[in-house]
Design a protein around this ligand. Structure first.
Ligand SMILES: C[S@@+](CC[C@H](N)C(=O)[O-])C[C@H]1O[C@@H](n2cnc3c(N)ncnc32)[C@H](O)[C@@H]1O
Length: 267
């Protein structure tokens, strides 16, 4: 925790006036994002930036955008998707309905990857799949519902989608613009959900919650993982981010299916 009063004041303003729960995120992450906005706005210190924020609603929005850690992609970490493919194949063999929760889904590319993978793989019955996709960020959810993505200098959507045997069955492409077809969207429902403060869900066969813990302050990881564990049926599968770990106190709630890919089963 920073001892600087002006940093604390700024964090309090963001939390109370801008309704972004700074206390849930780790300080070094917040400070990197703030430093970047301060550079962009030419502010010299936290005090000056706080004054700018107070007087400028556009900068408040720009900071919120910078803080909502929404980096994502289709089929991010392809080796993990090989693991998810195996889980969906097993579930198809065992049951008629498969319910999956993509928790912290950002702009929708993760849940749409699930939906497309199910339709792409002949060993998975896509008609049995339903995906609930949730996030705390309403702007990300709006973008997700729209399902239109752009390649740019730093993002190659064509490359991301090349994990599939033929993505053109699922996507309408026009130049650098990639629109997800309704047949893929129909299996995915989007909803606002805060993994720290909202209730657990119930009975999911597979919960995918990736690349959120890396930004979250240590003390909130446990309540989030408890929420995820309670939302799974017995023997249900959990996938977390490749650089993430299950806190020691919750390890007994899961058995390890693939430690490298971070795929677990609820005990
Ligand atoms: C880096 S993205 C991860 C997206 C996707 N799961 C992936 O791995 O590509 C993290 C997402 O977590 C969301 N998030 C942050 N705090 C959250 C919370 N308390 N509850 C639910 N989602 C949250 C952010 O809005 C962001 O969209």
């Amino acid at each position: 925790m920073s001892a600087e009063p002006s940093y604390d004041e700024l964090a309090t303003f963001i939390e109370e006036e801008m309704a972004f729960a700074t206390s849930h995120y780790n300080d070094s992450y917040l400070q990197r994002r703030l430093a970047s906005r301060m550079r962009r706005t030419g502010c010299d210190g936290y005090d000056e930036y706080l004054e700018t924020l107070r007087g400028d609603p556009d900068e408040q929005q720009a900071l919120l955008d910078a803080l909502s850690i929404n980096v994502t992609g289709f089929f991010r970490n392809e080796d993990v998707w090989d693991g998810i493919r195996g889980v969906l194949q097993d579930l198809t063999e065992e049951q008629d309905r498969i319910s999956v929760w993509s928790a912290a889904c950002a702009d929708g590319r993760e849940p749409y990857s699930l939906s497309m993978l199910a339709a792409d793989d002949p060993r998975i019955d896509e008609s049995s799949l339903s995906v609930l996709a949730t996030d705390i960020n309403d702007a990300a959810l709006d973008a997700a519902r729209e399902g239109v993505y752009e390649s740019s200098q730093t993002v190659d959507i064509d490359d991301q989608l090349s994990y599939l045997s033929n993505y053109h069955r699922f996507i309408d492409r026009s130049g650098d613009t990639f629109a997800v077809r309704d047949s893929v969207k129909d299996r995915v429902a989007f909803e606002h959900h805060d993994l720290i403060n909202d209730d657990p869900k119930d009975g999911f066969d597979l919960v995918v919650c990736r690349n959120l813990f890396i930004y979250i302050d240590g003390e909130y990881k446990r309540p989030i993982l408890r929420t995820l564990a309670e939302s799974l049926r017995a023997d249900g599968y959990l996938v977390i981010g490749k650089a993430e770990t299950i806190p020691p106190q919750l390890k007994s709630a899961f058995s390890v299916l693939d430690g490298r890919l971070r795929i677990y089963r609820r005990e």
